[in-house]
Design a protein around this ligand. Structure first.
Ligand code: ACO
Length: 323
């Protein structure tokens, strides 16, 4: 059977770092409160002239280098973002042109913090059905532009960044020891639209708006839904949680991540954590964490990697990948 194998990853973080102590100077908060409730100590913030497409391009170029391919080999580019450069065209179109990819197709997907899982799912389906051979999947965000920097309940939680993965369609025997994407699962429940949203938008207000969130509601749904969808991917692949080598969760906050790790009965050392230094970078958080664990030698060929994420909507999903 055809499977999508991840053949290279790359990431990019803006240079500017904003620590909790920096935030204390402008918002009524404390390092102790932020660390205790979220595990976050700092976040990266894009420069004024740095757009989501710039972050995406840098991550994509690094992923192509790691994969050892040129832009002419890509025939699909799926970019997950909820902070696009413009209302249209897709930010993917700009990245496609700047990469020098002049054929195939490129488009954005909007699944907020579940964006990378959604983009991976779309690309996996294109590759498995034979509609594309080599795909670039990107999660890129500039949340600093949609934060209300006077709202301490949200502005401390997020950061900017981008991550990317190159996938290649390859023939495999079709069993759980295959390399590549073994299973993906996605859900959404639009009844929770107002639990986490941006209070602007072209059609509703002709403004960009600011992120608003009912934190406790998000927390409650995140833990239940993520544990369930992680189990679904494992079941679909005929594997169990004790076979997972690395849990690479969406880095929303350490308490949600730890709750999932415990529900899966995994040792703490098997969870990749970057939220402390990156904060929540929405669709970029999983590929940013993947790159860190690949580059420091934790994720190795043959390892079983489980990713999961939830975002506004709510929309949530998981992906199980044999490295
Ligand atoms: N600094 C200091 N105090 C604060 C801050 C802050 N940054 N933010 C809120 N507080 C105060 C509140 O005003 C409140 O004060 P009060 O008791 O005097 O009214 C008190 O702290 C407790 O507030 P709660 O909202 O009850 O705090 P809670 O324990 O629920 O923690 C948090 C808030 C961290 C947001 C939590 O609800 C949570 O983790 N939710 C999940 C949300 C999340 O991760 N969202 C990310 C986006 S969604 C995603 O990616 C999955």
């Amino acid at each position: 059977m055809l499977r999508s194998r991840i053949i290279g990853c790359g990431s990019y973080l803006p240079e500017k770092v904003l620590t909790n102590d920096d935030l204390v100077k402008t918002v009524d908060t404390s390092n102790a409160w932020i660390v205790e409730r979220t595990g976050i100590t700092q976040r990266h913030i894009a420069a004024k002239d740095e757009l989501t497409s710039d972050l995406a391009l840098a991550a994509a170029e690094r992923a192509m280098k790691a994969a050892g391919i040129g832009a002419d080999e890509l025939d699909l580019l799926v970019l997950a973002t909820s902070t696009p450069d413009n209302t249209f065209p897709a930010t993917a179109a700009k990245v496609q042109a700047r990469l020098g990819m002049y054929h195939g197709t490129a488009f954005d997907v909007q699944a907020v913090c579940a964006g990378f899982i959604c983009a991976l799912t779309v690309a996996d389906n294109f590759l498995q059905s034979g509609q594309a051979k080599t795909a670039m999947v990107i999660g890129a965000e500039t949340y600093s532009r949609i934060l209300d920097w006077n709202d301490r309940t949200t502005c401390v939680l997020f950061g900017d960044g981008a991550g990317a993965a190159v996938l290649s369609a390859e023939e495999m025997p079709g069993n759980p020891s295959d390399q590549g994407v073994l299973a993906v699962r996605m859900h959404s429940d639009g009844r929770h639209y107002n639990a986490l949203y941006v209070d602007g938008g072209v059609s509703s207000s002709q403004t960009a708006g600011y992120l608003r969130m009912q934190g406790k509601e998000v927390y409650r749904h995140a833990v239940v839904n993520l544990a369930a969808v992680a189990g679904e991917a494992l079941d679909a692949a005929g594997l169990t949680s004790d076979e997972i080598d690395w849990l690479v969760p969406h880095q929303a906050n350490l308490r949600i991540m730890t709750a999932i790790q415990q529900r899966l009965d995994l040792p703490r050392e098997k969870m990749v954590v970057t939220v402390d230094r990156h904060a929540n970078t929405s669709s970029a958080s999983i590929p940013l964490a993947l790159v860190e664990a690949i580059e420091d030698g934790r994720i190795k060929t043959g390892n079983l990697v489980l990713m999961e994420a939830i975002g506004g909507g709510f929309v949530w999903g998981s992906a199980l990948v044999r490295w």
